[in-house]
Design a protein around this ligand. Sequence first.
Ligand code: ZN
Length: 313
Amino acid sequence: MIINGVSVSPGSNTRVKANIARLASGTLIDLPVYVFRSKRPGPVVLLSGGLHGDEINGIEIVRRMIEDSLLEKLNRGTVVAVPVMNIYGFLNFSREVPDGKDINRSFPGNAGGSLASRVANFMSKQVLPAVDFGVDFHTGGASRFNFPQVRYAASDQNAAEIARAFGAPLLLESPFIEKSLRKQAFKGGASIIVYEGGESLRIDEEVIREGLNGAMRLLHHHKMIDYAPPSAAKAVACKGSTWLRAKRSGIYKGLIKSGMAVNKGDVIGRITDPFGEFSVKIKSTTTGFVLGHNNMPVVNQGDALLHIGTSTG
Ligand SMILES: [Zn+2]
């Protein structure tokens, strides 16, 4: 196996450093890729985080996988671990790179392009061709909490199996997004599922634990490690989702959080103005399972309050 010109032979563990670009200060930015190879052949699994640089739970999940000596003694196959794909965003506490571009909308990328395009190009050319399947770890956005969940394209049969082996509490069918890492991998024959949990710029131990356990279950399912914790409960599966949005601007006090079921007509919270002039109940317009909720107390008309999974089973 060759990653970025470095040959990784069976039975060896290596850290490959990719030079992506320099910061304006002249500092060279390295993107570290950890490769753990068993002597025995088997699948090549990608575990990646920090494609959005402010999504720390995902970075922490991959970091703990590296810290764990389990990856150093795989029974078969290979794990390619990339904890932080967007080093620039990680340093800047931001989802994007400094020019405002989202790496996950920049695939397949270009070696001579802008920062986002260069990172996408590195993943497309140097990492994804070696990969059979994997998990890309994400979180919700700013002040938007996601219940621990995996997302996969229903059109990708392998991804559905990977999602089941991962065993997250919630499975969501989610079509491919153009120019995303997941779509680029699929074009090359690799199936990537997306794990989502918690919110950006926050550490959430329960979310991290679910992600770690899921990654272990996936590796165990493919006989790469000897043990994985069983999944806690029967997963909720959703075939689609919809957003419940604020009809008024004001201060939002939610009663319903991620992981709860909601029925059409249920009161999910209240929006008030800051002066004591009005207070309105907000009712759900949908029946389903709450995938994500807003934690920002001040909302504007149209802002998302709840992300509700539909067609649950
Ligand atoms: Zn993300």
